[in-house]
Design a protein around this ligand. Structure first.
Ligand code: ACO
Length: 333
């Protein structure tokens, strides 16, 4: 995290926090501004933010840009932008004006308009509340059709797996039942996230309950996804279908998948569907005591990230720093 925070400080990005009147978010904003990690844009009722700032004794909120969605002189400008993007889907100008007064839509529109480099929300809203407008308005990066969510897992001291105590897991947050094509995209995006955000050289395994044909049934999707991903990105060290133990344990990998460049060495794990990915990251977090940082949304044209509603001030702070790093990486591409 120190490296991620230092990179954010050195290349200041503008991050919009649509839940500006949410206590943990506001306190994190104060710390981010104090430490110079990001230029913060807060969305929320201006009077309430002022009162909370005084109540919590926050010293740095004065440096933030604050936009009150219901009292916004530029509301029509954002409504016009939204109408242009969604009119083909049947949105009316009146609906666009209404939505431009919604804190989440406004935050996403600021990113779309280029007034913010990224967005972090979710201390109060569900994943879907943020994802739906992000998918509708910001859309995906060219060449990617499927957005997904990755966690960097910081493994406990002494754990022999991963690289420098880190692994990356995906998709743990977005696409319930990916097709083979989508799973291949998720694997490619996850390898790129592992490099850009977790700062590890990705060795990527697409996981299943079968290793190299040991079981039949429904593993065709994983086999096809592996084929597509390898064809599209021959530069990646990637393989499948592998069971979890064959992917990460050297002795099991060499006996079950001899010759695989990944078996026994994987540090980036791609799960066949969201149910598996979400369950796996939570079990590793709880049973192994790993720290799970994310989900970092991958595949969106601009970085927007979602917090858990149980998040701490520290979680907001870290996810903003990560979002800054995603924005920096995208600009450098
Ligand atoms: N990638 C890219 N675009 C997508 C994706 C995707 N994975 N899913 C939907 N879209 C697009 C659609 O094409 C559509 O675009 P359009 O309106 O321009 O045509 C738009 O997004 C909205 O699609 P809908 O079908 O209306 O949205 P849906 O109701 O399917 O919701 C959502 C999409 C929110 C991503 C849904 O799949 C979802 O809720 N996923 C699970 C999220 C979740 O609960 N995660 C677990 C908790 S997170 C955690 O524990 C860390």
């Amino acid at each position: 995290m120190q490296e991620i925070i230092a990179n954010a400080q050195a290349n200041k990005q503008r991050i919009v926090l649509p839940e500006g009147d949410e206590p943990r978010t506001l306190k994190a904003a104060d710390r981010l501004l104090a430490d110079g990690v990001a230029d913060v844009i807060l969305i929320g009722p201006a009077e309430k933010i002022k009162e909370m700032t005084a109540e919590f004794g926050l010293q740095n909120i004065g440096k933030a840009r604050i936009i009150d969605p219901m009292n916004n002189p530029d509301r029509q400008k954002y409504a016009d932008l939204l109408f242009e993007i969604r009119k083909a889907k049947g949105m009316t100008p009146e609906q666009a004006y209404d939505l431009a007064g919604n804190f989440m839509y406004l935050g996403i529109l600021l990113v779309k308009a280029g007034e913010a480099d990224g967005l972090v929300s979710g201390a109060r809203s569900t994943t879907g509340d943020m994802l739906r407008p992000a998918l509708q308005i910001i859309k995906t990066v060219p060449g990617v059709s499927c957005v997904s969510g990755a966690f960097t897992m910081f493994l406990p001291e002494g754990c022999p797996y991963g690289t420098d105590g880190r692994m990356v897991f995906a998709d743990c947050a977005v696409t319930p039942m990916p097709t083979a094509e989508q799973l291949a995209e998720i694997a490619i995006c996850t390898a790129d996230t592992a490099k850009a955000i977790a700062k590890i050289d990705p060795v990527t395994a697409i996981l299943s309950f079968s290793t190299k044909g040991s079981a039949k049934h429904v593993v065709d999707k994983v086999i096809e996804a592996t084929r597509i991903a390898k064809e599209r990105r021959p530069d990646l060290v990637l393989d499948g279908e592998l069971q979890a133990d064959a992917a990460i344990v050297p002795s099991v990998g060499s006996s079950k998948a001899p010759g695989s460049p990944v078996a026994g060495k994987a540090n980036t794990l791609v799960f066949p569907c969201l149910e598996v990915g979400n369950i796996a990251y939570k079990l590793v977090q709880r049973l192994a005591g790993a720290e799970a940082v994310g989900p970092v949304l991958q595949g969106l044209a601009k970085p927007c990230n979602d917090l858990s509603r149980g998040c701490s001030i520290d979680d907001v702070y870290k996810l903003v720093a990560i979002t800054c790093n995603q924005a920096i990486a995208q600009k450098q591409k």
